[in-house]
Design a protein around this ligand. Structure first.
Ligand code: HEM
Length: 179
C-alpha cells in the first residue's frame, strides 16, 4: 500500500495516524473518567500519569497529522454520491476534531501546570494531589472532553450511514473491509 493517499483511498500514513488517534481517544476518555472517580490517591496518580503522557502524545500526533496534510498528502476526493451539505458537514467535523483535541490537551496541560500536580506525578514530591476543580482550565477540559465524545459519535454515525444506508463502502478508504 502506498504511503500517501490517492484520489479514492487514504494512504498508509493517514490510516495509521487515524486509527492510533481513534484508539488513543477512547483510552483518554476512559482514563480521564477513571482518574476523576478514583478513590485512592495511589490509583489516581497512576491513572493520571498514563492520562497525561498519552494525552501529550495525542497532541503531538495531531500536530503531525495537520503538518502531514498541509505539507505532504492530499485527502481522497469526496464520493460522487455525497450531497454538498454532507461534504461540508464531514469536513467541518474533521477540522473540529483537530481544534478540540488541541484545546483539550492544552487545557489538560494547563490544569497540571497551574495546580502543581506535575511534581507529584513526575517529580519527587509525595504530597496529596490538588483539587483540580479549583484551577480554571479544569472546567474547559471537561467541556472539551464531552465535545470530543459528541464529535466521535457524529463521525461514527456518518461512517455507518455511508456503509449501510448509501452502501458506498466508504470504510474501505480507511482500511476497513475489502480493499
Ligand atoms: C488529548 C486527549 C484528552 C482527552 C480525550 C481527555 C479526557 C479527559 C476526561 C474525559 C476527563 C474527565 C472530565 C470530566 O468528566 O469532567 C479528564 C480529566 C482530566 N484530564 Fe484529560 N484528556 C485529554 C488530555 C489531557 C492532557 C494532555 C492532560 C495533562 C497533561 C490531561 C489532564 C487531565 C486532568 C488533570 C484531569 C482531571 C482529573 C480529575 O478531575 O481527577 N488530560 N480528561
Amino acid at each position: 500500500m502506498a504511503w500517501k493517499s490517492d484520489k479514492t483511498r487514504y494512504g498508509a500514513v493517514a490510516r495509521a495516524m487515524h486509527w492510533i488517534t481513534a484508539f488513543a481517544l477512547v483510552a483518554m476518555i476512559g482514563s480521564g473518567l477513571a482518574a476523576e472517580a478514583a478513590s485512592g490517591e495511589a490509583a489516581a496518580v497512576n491513572i493520571l500519569r498514563f492520562h497525561a503522557v498519552t494525552g501529550v502524545a495525542v497532541l503531538a500526533l495531531t500536530v503531525l497529522r495537520i503538518l502531514w496534510w498541509v505539507l505532504a498528502d492530499r485527502r481522497p476526493a469526496d464520493t460522487a454520491q455525497t450531497p454538498r451539505w454532507q461534504s461540508l458537514a464531514a469536513h467541518g467535523v474533521h477540522y473540529a476534531f483537530y481544534l478540540v483535541i488541541i484545546l483539550l490537551a492544552g487545557s489538560g496541560i494547563a490544569t497540571i501546570a497551574l495546580s502543581g500536580a506535575g511534581d507529584i506525578l513526575f517529580g519527587s514530591e509525595t504530597g496529596a494531589l490538588p483539587r483540580f476543580e479549583d484551577f480554571q482550565p479544569r472546567g474547559p477540559h471537561g467541556f472539551f472532553a464531552w465535545a470530543t465524545v459528541g464529535l466521535v459519535a457524529l463521525h461514527i454515525a456518518a461512517a455507518l450511514y455511508h456503509q449501510f444506508v448509501i452502501k458506498d463502502r466508504l470504510l474501505e478508504r480507511m482500511g476497513l473491509g475489502r480493499a
